[in-house]
Design a protein around this ligand. Structure first.
Ligand code: NAP
Length: 445
């Protein structure tokens, strides 16, 4: 692996140099083990510790198939799906690998007794398989996490509708929390030249998801002037949603749970912030009963902040705990757009507020290649900037995932794979200086 790292650090990224580099027979990767899926049986989710279930193993390099690319990973990032995988909830991910493995001999490579996790990467293409023409060894890339087979007509309008749609590194093997990763070539996108490896690896999954949820016609179709309630605005999805709202000329109302996260939202340009913990909202009286008085108190607070307006769009992902409130506070004709259920999948809301007020609930999931590409262009053009609170070495990925599981982080948490230290990978320092200056100008108002 030394030769690969040296070649990347040398900056000579000619295809000939990279195509001639020997591919090692094994690599270090963050895994969960199939024979350990019962290790947390009977425990509450909060008590399940990713530091116990995540391993760093030396694993064999998979063969590169048609339409695929093997990427030398300089950095990856922690997504909440790695939390789900590491606590084996809602189901162990090995079932996904078994099902995928049944499609063909090629997909059977994924069905292993270990699962290499990770749905983001920044790195350099090492090898491409037959039929790959758009990418070559030496290309600096990031990878989005949509894996599709596209053998069925349903996926040829919006690829998310492909019946064989999967999230790479969660529902497939050989993910990005590793020194090498196997992706489909149509997951690759150019890395932003002004970013470090760890910055470039941070936005992919969450930025693309928030882009589809808010900006795309497949999501809420946000427009100039909209008021958007952003739950978890200091977290992974929320920190990008907030930036997308601001950059679109809409107004975010950011919900967070600490003064520190409130400060970070304000620093990013958001003026309207609700600290849900400080204001003590309790939307559920007990496990079965919601409290509409608390919905009303929350709605009144939003109106107080906005001069009487209700949100045109509610950016939802906490799920059961907040969904009733989200449906209640959305304006007449407004949209609740949801991509997750962190606090519980079985949502309850008062349907009278939905139908009588002509509101919509829209389900959204990751992003298609086009949407992921457009979201990546916003990063490359400096309109959206990576939010990265901390970066860990690969060996300490368990700690990084623990931090996200316990909601101790803000923005994104990065992981260095082959990059020997933070701060490397900026190819255009002039552009970086200009981008950072533009961001500071924007934040200063
Ligand atoms: P994250 O970085 O942990 O951020 C989530 C934020 O949600 C937290 O910062 C927290 O903010 C807030 N939150 C958590 N529990 C809450 C609750 N009970 N009530 C109100 N707010 C709560 O995670 P993420 O990366 O943003 O992902 C969030 C969820 O979306 C996860 O379930 C993830 O699996 C899912 N997701 C789905 C997709 C998709 O394609 N479908 C893509 C990305 C993520 P405060 O404590 O500051 O309020």
């Amino acid at each position: 692996m030394r030769a690969v790292v040296d070649a990347i650090l040398s900056g000579d990224h000619s295809a000939a140099v990279f195509a001639a580099l020997p591919v090692p027979s094994s690599y270090r990767a963050v895994t969960v083990h199939k024979d350990e899926v019962g290790m947390f049986a009977g425990m509450a989710r909060a008590d399940k510790d990713p530091r116990k279930s995540l391993h760093v193993d030396e694993v064999p390099v998979p063969e590169v198939g048609p339409g695929e690319a093997l990427v030398a990973v300089m950095a990856g990032s922690v997504n909440y799906n790695t939390v789900w995988s590491s606590v084996f909830e809602p189901v162990p991910t090995f079932g996904f690998l078994e099902r995928y493995g049944r499609i063909s001999p090629l997909t059977a490579r994924h069905d292993l007794p270990y699962h290499v996790l990770g749905s983001d990467l920044a790195g350099v293409v090492l090898r491409t398989g037959p039929g790959v023409n758009a990418w070559k060894p030496g290309d600096e890339v990031v990878a989005h996490c949509l894996s599709v087979e596209l053998e069925h007509p349903d996926g040829h309008d919006d690829t998310l509708l492909d019946p064989e749609q999967r999230i790479w590194g969660f529902e497939t093997n050989f993910g990005g929390l590793a020194e090498l990763a196997l992706v489909k070539a149509n997951q690759l996108m150019p890395k932003a030249a002004h970013l470090t490896w760890e910055e470039a690896a941070a936005p992919g999954l969450v930025n693309s998801t928030a882009y589809r949820q808010l900006v795309s016609r497949n999501g809420a179709g946000m427009k100039l002037g909209d008021l958007v309630l952003v739950w978890g605005a200091g977290g992974g999805l929320g920190s990008y949603a907030t930036q997308l709202v601001l950059a679109s000329g809409a107004t975010p109302v950011c919900v967070v749970s600490s003064a520190e996260k409130a400060r970070l939202c304000r620093e990013s340009g958001a003026e309207l912030v609700v600290d849900r913990r400080a204001e003590g909202y309790r939307f559920w009286r007990d496990e079965r009963t919601q409290d509409p008085k608390e919905w009303r108190r929350f709605g009144a607070r939003i109106r107080e902040l906005t001069g009487g307006r209700d949100p045109d769009i509610v950016f939802e992902h906490p799920g059961r705990e907040t969904f009733g409130a989200s449906v209640y506070v959305a304006r007449r004709g407004g949209t609740v757009v949801t991509c997750a259920s962190t606090s519980g999948f079985l949502h309850e809301f008062d349907n009278r507020y939905l139908w009588m007020n002509l509101k919509r609930v829209v389900g959204s999931h990751f992003a298609n290649y086009r949407e992921a590409w457009e979201a990546n262009e916003l990063i490359r053009r400096g309109l959206i900037h990576p939010t990265l609170s901390r970066t860990y070495p690969l060996e300490e990925t368990g700690r990084a995932v623990y931090e996200v599981h316990r909601n101790l982080h803000h923005g994104k948490v990065g992981v260095l794979a082959l990059a020997p230290r933070e701060g490397l990978g900026v190819r255009d320092p002039g552009l970086r200086a200009a981008r950072l200056e533009a961001i500071n100008r924007f934040r200063a108002g």
